[in-house]
Design a protein around this ligand. Structure first.
Ligand SMILES: *[C@@H]1O[C@H](CO)[C@@H](O)[C@H](O)[C@H]1NC(C)=O
Ligand SMILES: *[C@@H]1O[C@H](CO)[C@@H](O)[C@H](O)[C@H]1NC(C)=O
Length: 491
């Protein structure tokens, strides 16, 4: 009997230890300015490309809605902080609205209301012991900068650096973890390759590549500025974050196709920063150069980096930040076959067919199929390609279409993915943070309010935007409290 009990006890401890997160591992939740703030025209705030897009091209939004009011977090930030505190978040990731802080887009005019808002938010979080993690650019470009070409104009490197200087100067004494650019693949590919996000300009294989190069240079400029002028005072960390779909080969036969797709999906916005040689991923660069030549272009559609630019971008990181939601399978295109519905990740461009495995269940978003092991494989791939550095999961979460408070599928998604994070840590990937997307239901871009990712439900028909905790919020709070996936008692 004693032996038997002892055995169970030991086993219990082992199992428990297995699904415990390392000491110091931090949990947070994220939002973005346009998705939660509302107050699109309050005070001196200027319009962003998302204000223009939702107001003038609302046919592109599933429910024709806009983020004009969204969660009204511009007014209800105290309540958001209260909820973040109730969940026990170690950190809260938010983004700063460029046109709210700099109504001119340029740094000659700084909005007093913008400064006050972000100061209040940051101070409020710190009062509750929650670390503020701030993103400089989460897709809401000042419209007047878009009118000058936005991310396709190389001068944006200076404009972004000027904006970063203002932000670091105002908030750098209290914000120690910075994300420069959120998901360059969306900024450049979903905009210019797919033409489906603001500003709704379609320029596949051209605009997308100009954007990609400028965004890497802009990130590097903002990182170097921090490194040289602010790090000595504030000792913070700066990187960009990439959303990456894990790409599985269809079979052994298509490993090369899957790898080339990964070099597009991940390498495009990582290789220049995180590898010793810098510049574009060689396989991808060669592919586009040869294809451009066949098409009769005098030079590659993918703009080259000068040696000086390569040096400028290389090494501009303090950690690797990754956003993960979903996966795809890749194989070579059959003769005459279309690339499937995923022009993103260059499926059409690089002659690859992408689809999803029939066993991966779909979430509410049309692009979202659930494959938890993809997260572990992705983390291991990143370490192999970019080295034994610090990795942070800066977004991960699940969408539903219903306002369900008893959100079992979301809890399952979190548990399954967190388990994969633990396995990746065992594989030797140094993952130090996990960020749930998202704290509360919010404006989900072209899905409007039809896709809900929140740990917390928001009633968008209620002028007060009443917030209600879902079961997933309680699950997450318990996880944070116990620091383990094994001790969560939902009763
Ligand atoms: C701001 O926009 C709202 C519509 O969202 C409109 O009703 C209001 O008049 C505008 N306010 C100003 C100051 O322009
Ligand atoms: C992981 O990275 C953090 C931050 O750089 C570092 O403090 C820690 O020692 C690393 N852990 C391992 C196991 O390498």
């Amino acid at each position: 009997m004693m032996n038997y009990m002892g055995y169970i006890g030991v086993l219990g401890v082992l199992v428990q230890a297995e699904r415990r997160f390392p000491d110091g591992f931090k949990f947070g939740a994220a939002t973005a300015a346009y998705q939660v703030e509302g107050a699109w025209n309050s005070s001196d705030k200027a319009p962003s490309i998302w204000d223009t897009f939702t107001h003038h091209q609302s046919e592109n939004i599933a429910d024709g809605s806009s983020g004009d009011v969204a969660c009204d977090s511009y007014n209800k930030w105290r309540e958001d902080i209260e909820l973040a505190s109730e969940l026990g978040l170690h950190f809260y990731r938010f983004s700063i609205s460029w046109p709210r802080l700099l109504p001119n887009g340029f740094s000659n005019v700084i909005s007093e209301d913008g400064v006050r808002y972000y100061n209040d938010l940051i101070d409020g979080l710190l009062e509750k012991g929650i670390e503020p993690v701030a993103t400089l650019y989460h897709w809401d470009l000042p419209q007047n900068l878009q009118d000058l070409g936005g991310w396709t104009n190389p001068l944006i490197v200076d404009w972004f650096k000027d904006y970063a200087r203002i932000v670091y100067t105002l908030f750098g004494d209290r914000v120690k973890t910075w994300i420069t650019i959120n998901e360059a693949i969306v900024v450049c590919e979903v905009v210019y390759t797919m033409g489906s996000f603001a500003p709704g300009i379609s320029s596949p294989g051209l605009g997308s590549y100009l954007c990609g190069k400028n965004i890497l240079l802009a990130h590097a400029a903002a990182w170097r500025l921090y490194d040289e002028e602010f790090r000595p005072m504030y000792h913070g960390k700066v990187s960009l974050t990439n959303q990456i779909f894990w790409i599985e080969p269809y079979s052994e036969e298509f490993i090369e196709e899957a790898e080339l797709t990964m070099q597009y999906a991940a390498g495009f916005y990582s290789h220049a920063i995180y590898t010793k040689e810098g510049g574009w991923p060689p396989t991808f660069e060669k592919y586009i150069a040869e294809k451009s030549k066949r098409e009769g272009y005098p030079r590659s559609r993918l703009p080259a980096f000068t040696e000086e630019e390569k040096e400028f971008v290389k090494g501009t990181y303090d950690f690797y930040a990754v956003n993960y939601y979903t996966s795809r399978r890749a194989r070579a295109l059959k003769p005459g076959e279309a690339a499937g519905e995923w022009p993103m990740f260059g499926a059409g461009e690089i002659g690859v067919f992408l689809d999803v495995h029939p066993d991966w269940p779909q979430a509410a978003s049309h692009w979202f199929y659930v494959n938890p092991p993809g997260l572990r494989k992705l983390l291991v791939w990143l370490k192999k390609n970019y080295g034994d550095i610090e990795y942070m999961i800066i977004e991960n979460g699940y969408s539903t279409s219903e306002r369900d408070l008893n959100d079992i599928k979301r809890i399952q998604y979190y548990e399954d993915h967190l388990e994969q994070v633990l396995l990746a840590i065992k594989d030797g990937v140094n993952v130090t943070r996990y960020t749930a997307w998202t704290l509360l239901d919010n404006y989900e871009w072209t899905d409007g309010y039809t896709s809900k990712f929140g740990l917390i439900d928001v009633d968008f028909n209620d002028p007060a935007r009443k917030r209600t905790l879902r079961d997933s919020a309680r699950f997450y709070a318990k996880l944070i409290e116990t620091h383990s996936l094994d001790d969560i008692n939902m009763v």
